[in-house]
Design a protein around this ligand. Structure first.
Ligand code: SAM
Ligand code: SF4
Length: 325
């Protein structure tokens, strides 16, 4: 049995949010204060996470990405990696990098296959403004530790923002190349807790490429598969850059993702308005078949696309940090 939706999309990529908590407060993701945290008792235990992952692997999932919030804020993150990797799928993680100096090596040994680290600016003051924490040095140390631990190819994520870091796009790419990493720019999406996203203010994928072409010769790399990023070689390679244009060039038609929130709700899309709660089954003595029924039901109900560009689009109630990016 596989997870197939009404449009024939087979779901093989599971995203699990380990926590909604975070060590940063990026303006496009979380408010400065007053975050409505998920209650501690509602956060899935490691056993519950492992059980959901096992059921999904049996349903054809081949890769699991751990995210959040900040996944490395969770105390047993290394143990979670070890237990999920033992189930067989490729396990990867998206992190703000703050704890990697200490954890990159243990994560590698636990079976983590790939790491994406988020870094939107190389300027310390700008970093402090954007994330509301003065921690750029920790991210840089984390990137170095990831490289030393053997996480290659390393990917670095940057949300490109007009009037914030648009003057740094070339510098970020050069920094990534120097680290043997691939920079991937992300269009800002309407997932901030303050609901302040403005499409007109968003830097588009085309604008990102235009800025990069002032410095690099870009040649498209064919064959993106179900990856959200379009990629280009830089000056003939081997360095490359990616652009995730989720708003202006959505990749919904090839989407193979399913998400589990830190409190055990299945979401069939980042922008879904509905979620299906697995907790009554997990904590009420339900069977694996009950979990399969809920998870496949959620996928069966998946819409064709997220519809950000539609006039009827409504931003989800949960911010990115509580859904799992
Ligand atoms: N805390 C980790 C991190 O920052 O990498 C993992 C979770 S974070 C929600 C995952 C990714 O989503 C990050 O690369 C972040 O920059 C991106 N992100 C967060 N809010 C976003 C938004 N409104 N639009 C586009 N990307 C966003
Ligand atoms: Fe935290 Fe990641 Fe959101 Fe920034 S983007 S506030 S690091 S969860």
């Amino acid at each position: 049995m596989t997870l197939v939706d009404g449009f024939g999309r087979v779901h093989r990529d599971l995203r699990i949010s380990l926590t909604d908590k975070c060590s940063l407060r990026c303006t496009y993701c979380m408010p400065a204060e007053g975050v409505p945290w998920i209650e501690r008792d509602s956060i899935l235990t490691t056993d519950e996470l492992e059980r959901i992952a096992r059921v999904c692997v049996d349903l054809g999932v081949t890769s699991i990405r751990l995210t959040g919030g900040e996944p490395l804020v969770r105390k047993d993150a290394v143990e979670v990696v070890r237990r999920l990797a033992a189930l067989g799928p490729e396990v990867s993680m998206t992190t703000n990098g703050l704890r990697l100096a200490e954890l990159a090596q243990p994560l590698r040994e636990a079976g983590l296959a790939r790491l994406n680290i988020s870094i939107d600016t190389l300027d310390r003051e700008r970093f402090a403004q954007l994330t509301r924490r003065d921690r750029l040095d920790d991210v840089l140390a984390g990137i170095e530790a990831a490289r030393v631990a053997g996480f290659t190819p390393l990917k670095l994520n940057a949300v490109a923002m007009r009037g914030v870091n648009e003057d740094e796009l070339v510098d970020l790419v050069e920094f990534a190349v120097g680290q043997g990493a691939q920079l991937r720019f992300i269009e800002q999406m309407p997932l901030d807790a303050g609901h302040t996203w403005d499409r007109a203010a968003m830097l588009t994928g085309d604008e990102i490429l235009e800025r990069l072409r002032t410095r690099f010769r870009l040649e498209p790399i064919p064959g993106r598969g179900s990856s959200p990023a379009d990629t280009w070689t830089l000056d003939g390679g081997p360095g490359s850059v990616g652009v995730i244009a989720s708003v202006t060039a959505p990749f919904c038609a090839a989407c193979d993702r399913i998400r589990i929130t830190a409190d055990g709700h299945v979401r069939n899309c980042l922008f879904a308005r509905d979620e299906s709660d697995l907790v009554p089954v997990l904590r009420g003595g339900g069977s694996d078949e009950d979990l399969v029924r809920i998870i496949s039901g959620s996928i069966a109900a998946k819409r064709a696309g997220h519809g950000i560009d539609s006039p009827t689009f409504v931003q989800p109630d949960r911010p990115m940090s509580a859904i799992g990016g």
